[in-house]
Design a protein around this ligand. Structure first.
Ligand SMILES: [Zn+2]
Length: 218
């Protein structure tokens, strides 16, 4: 059985978890340090008003157990480069959907550092746009596309710039599906490619392995 870590149990993590559960995924580790806020409810649609103030990871774990009889572990923390190995120990795959740009690179590096074993899907959404990328043991990686994280002052977050609720539902769902496909060894548009979602539709950009990227050492 494959244990999937979900990094972020918010706008992207909730639809991703829902998609994974519907696709038959049974073992999860939910990693999130936030609590449910009223402004979350329009896009984090498994949470309801009585959940306000509750930790997201613990509440989502209850829902996954109740509705899908899932085996769920809860980690009330934020993923960092320093704690990644400990927080993800025992997981074979992960999906990053938090609002932390650094965590996306951390998750990529975790997947790449352990050859031929790990799969990671990295997703993001803001405003009316979103994107996702799947890293498999044989694909290019997120750093083949973005060598370094952007400087913090250049980053807009959903709490500042806002995000349209249905966009996170779409992107999180697609990201969850990409992980299901990758784990099943099936083709998916996002494996080794950046797929962008915008009001104009979907756009796929294949990413070649960069010769000087750390993933070439796999
Ligand atoms: Zn790479």
């Amino acid at each position: 059985m494959t244990r999937v870590a979900l990094v972020g149990c918010g706008g992207l993590g909730v639809p991703a978890a829902w998609t994974l559960a519907l696709g038959g995924q049974k073992q999860f580790r939910l990693i999130d340090a936030d609590v449910v806020e009223e402004s979350n409810l329009h896009r984090q649609v498994l949470y309801t008003t009585p959940d306000l103030g509750k930790p997201k990871a613990a509440r989502l774990a209850e829902i996954l157990r109740e509705r899908w009889n899932a085996d769920v572990e809860v980690v009330a923390d934020r993923l960092t480069a320093q704690n990644a190995d400990a927080l993800l120990l025992g997981c074979d795959a992960a999906l990053e959907g938090s609002d932390d740009a650094l965590a996306k690179f951390t998750l990529n590096d975790w997947a790449v550092a352990h050859p031929r074993a790990r799969t990671a899907v990295i997703a993001a959404a803001i405003g009316r746009r979103g994107q996702w990328f799947a890293v498999t043991p044989t694909s290019s990686c997120y750093r083949c596309l973005f060598e370094e994280p952007p400087p913090p002052e250049s980053l807009a977050t959903c709490s500042i710039a806002g995000v349209l609720g249905p966009v996170t539902g779409q992107v999180g769902g697609y990201a969850g599906r990409a992980l299901l496909h990758a784990l099943a060894g099936r083709p998916d548009a996002a494996i080794g490619a950046l797929v962008r979602f915008s009001p104009r539709g979907l756009q796929r950009t294949a990413v070649a392995v960069a010769g000087d990227c750390r993933c070439t050492a796999r």
